[in-house]
Write a protein that binds this ligand. Structure first.
Ligand SMILES: [Zn+2]
Length: 237
């Protein structure tokens, strides 16, 4: 039942490193997704603003067509003024002309305000376009960095896994099996160093007899409370 604690301790360290690296790797896709969303959002705002300008231009065309109608109507009424026979008809036409003129003025005001609005929107589009370009550049760089990090992390993980495989070969199967069983059941921590007579993970005091055995025997002792493999750390551990 001889046990080489150095190997098991190193195995535990490797497993922790692999766990941390895996957690980092898992985060990367969602970070990339976040960036894509921001790029999309920026493009969406630009297209919305362009849509606003289209709408403005369409409205202006409609207003201009409407104003043209009133122009023609007014001209028609004015021509008719020369041909009327009665005062009643005459004052009716004058009233119509006045109404048409009023409407004409209103429409012209609307066109002016739409034109001013168009200026604002065009300015807005200019700013947003520039922002979109900057955003895209910035986030593309961020994305590249993330992809690079992903590649490097995967490479690192591969190396650690190889190291783990090599180390595992040096450890007797029953020890590996026990280690794995505890590792799975105890949240990835299978070993616990004894410090000042306590299990350093669950802080249970170790019985003097077991402490003695740990000092003198080179075999497996499990913490009676948390079930982890106990060991006495060397000075530099
Ligand atoms: Zn314990």
């Amino acid at each position: 039942m001889d046990i080489n604690f150095d190997n098991l301790i190193n195995l535990q360290k490797l497993d922790e490193e692999i766990k941390n690296i895996s957690l980092n790797l898992e985060k990367i896709p969602s970070e990339i997704e976040e960036i894509d969303k921001k790029i999309e959002e920026s493009a969406r705002i630009l297209s919305q603003t362009k849509e606003k300008l289209n709408h403005n231009q369409k409205k202006r065309r409609e207003l201009e067509a409407e104003i043209q109608d009133f122009k023609e109507k007014t001209l028609k009424y004015k021509r008719q003024l020369n041909e009327v026979k009665t005062n009643k008809e005459y004052s009716f036409l004058l009233k119509e002309i006045e109404e048409a003129q009023k409407k004409f003025d209103e429409l012209e005001e609307q066109i002016i305000s739409e034109m001013l609005l168009a200026d604002d929107i065009e300015e807005e589009i200019k700013v947003i376009s520039q922002n979109t370009i900057t955003t895209k550049e910035k986030f593309s760089q961020k994305k590249d960095t993330l992809y690079k990090k992903k590649g490097e992390t995967e490479e690192e993980k591969k190396k650690l896994s190889q190291k783990k495989d090599e180390l595992t070969l040096k450890i007797p199967a029953y020890q590996i099996n026990l280690y794995k069983k505890i590792f799975r059941g105890k949240n990835g921590i299978a070993l616990s160093p004894v410090r000042d007579e306590f299990c350093s993970i669950c802080h249970m005091r170790i019985r003097p007899q077991m402490l003695n055995e740990l000092r003198t025997e080179n075999n497996i002792h499990l913490c009676e409370n948390c079930g982890r493999i106990l060991y006495l750390p060397k000075k530099n551990n």
